[in-house]
Design a protein around this ligand. Structure first.
Ligand SMILES: [Zn+2]
Ligand SMILES: [Zn+2]
Ligand SMILES: [Zn+2]
Ligand SMILES: [Zn+2]
Length: 107
């Protein structure tokens, strides 16, 4: 049986379609955009997340330009993620998140 592969949106590696995250670059949303706060599927053309209501376009903390709430800034390419401080977790989290979506610890 053939295993269907699809390119990761973040790094372009071909990975199997049922992957929960990209084994190459560690992206947790290799095929779709997920809300960084509540992890619901979101679309770039939407204004707000249908789950938690957070705005999906924000000012980049590095360059100040408008960017989608992805893993990287659309304008300068800088990372919009920070690492969870819990040593047993260490998940990459969106910089605006008040608590880690993986372990629940305050960031
Ligand atoms: Zn990847
Ligand atoms: Zn949300
Ligand atoms: Zn930027
Ligand atoms: Zn964590």
């Amino acid at each position: 049986m053939a295993v269907y592969k699809q390119p990761c949106r973040q790094c372009g590696s071909l990975i199997s379609q049922d992957s929960r995250f990209c084994p190459k670059c560690g992206s947790r949303a290799p095929f779709v955009d997920l809300c960084p706060t509540c992890l619901r599927e979101i679309r770039r053309e939407d204004m707000r997340c249908s789950g938690c209501g957070r705005p999906l376009h924000i000012a980049c903390p590095r360059c100040g330009k408008q960017t989608f709430v992805g893993e990287k800034c659309d304008a300068c390419g800088g990372s919009l993620l920070k690492q969870c401080l819990n040593p047993r977790c260490g998940e990459m989290q969106f910089f605006e998140n008040a608590k880690c979506t993986a372990c629940g610890k305050k960031l």
